[in-house]
Design a protein around this ligand. Structure first.
Ligand code: SIN
Ligand code: FE
Length: 292
């Protein structure tokens, strides 16, 4: 069972005498009932106006290049949106400095996103359908074993919870779907990189993580009966998890902020419980080498 652990901002980097990073790396979801990040009145108005209708799934912001994508908003509205996302990115780093200081030296910022579209009735392909349980693995962004840590915040102004299912644990997920991961064909990784489909060369690890993601989403029998629990995140609540480890499905909800971080394997507190370690053990292979 995936654990949901309530933590409080300002209470340091331990929970019940144990480092918070150990809880995260064991595959728990951390929930913050009262995050200090709050929207301004203008931002609340922007969210309440329903930016989402008929739009892309995400408005995304890059702190690195200071660019905003996925919205037709212009002028003052665009600036307000960019400002909210920039502030949320800063908040995410400040939160990690407090609760997971050991990660800071191995941290890379990923994208910041605003998710204005109702999940329950979004039309999408099965592979992109996040209402199906999966662990995150991105076709264009191989991590090579760096971890995907994500911080969400429900900013809905109409009281709607964001309803997730989480579970089972990573080892059960991997054991179940490893036999269904297709073998990579020779030359695949170099070709994908040469065609700029991937930003860097895929490793065996990346290929297996993608294969697990697809096999899990394709198995509707498992989706219906998997040992997963439902958890609702209420407006105003934030939550954080290694989404490359915790099987999750977002079933319904509208208006969330999300910040992705990549955490280097070098700064993990319990590298032995990482997906890379679990998959290396289950396959008996070195998965860190690039595919050819
Ligand atoms: C996902 O990572 O699968 C989507 C989560 C969400 O938007 O709540
Ligand atoms: Fe996901």
């Amino acid at each position: 069972m995936v654990e949901i652990i309530d933590i409080a901002e300002g209470a340091g980097n331990e929970i019940a005498g144990k480092p918070i990073v150990a809880a995260l790396e064991s595959g728990a979801v951390l929930r913050l009932a009262r995050p200090s990040f709050v929207l301004s009145e203008e931002e609340r108005g922007l969210v309440a106006r329903g930016m989402g209708a008929g739009m892309a799934k995400n408005v995304s912001y890059s702190q690195e290049s200071v660019t905003l994508k996925g919205t037709p908003a212009q002028g003052a509205e665009r600036a307000l949106l960019a400002g909210m996302l920039a502030r949320y990115a800063d908040y995410g780093v400040a939160l990690l400095r407090e609760i997971a200081p050991s990660y800071i030296s191995g941290l890379k910022m990923g994208r910041t996103s605003f998710r204005p579209v109702e999940i329950a009735d979004r039309e999408t392909s099965w592979r992109k359908d996040d209402r199906r349980l999966h662990v995150d693995a991105f076709p264009s962004t191989p991590t090579g074993g760096a971890r995907i840590l994500r911080l969400f915040l429900n900013i809905d102004q109409a009281g709607r919870p964001r309803c997730w299912r989480v579970g089972p644990d990573f080892e059960a997920y991997a054991t179940r779907f490893l036999p269904h991961v297709p073998r990579a064909w020779p030359g695949a990784a170099s070709l994908l990189a040469a065609l700029h489909i991937t930003k860097t060369r895929r490793t065996r690890y990346d290929q297996i993580m993608l294969g697990l993601h697809d096999a899990a989403k394709a198995d509707m029998g498992w989706q219906a009966n998997a040992p997963a629990r439902a958890v609702d995140f209420l407006p105003g609540q934030a939550w954080m998890a290694f989404t490359d480890q915790v099987p999750h499905a977002a079933m319904s909800g509208c208006n969330a902020l999300e910040q992705s971080f990549y955490v280097s394997p070098d700064v993990l507190a319990c590298p032995a419980s990482s997906p890379l370690a679990v998959l290396s053990r289950l396959t008996g292979r070195d998965l860190t080498r690039p595919l050819f």
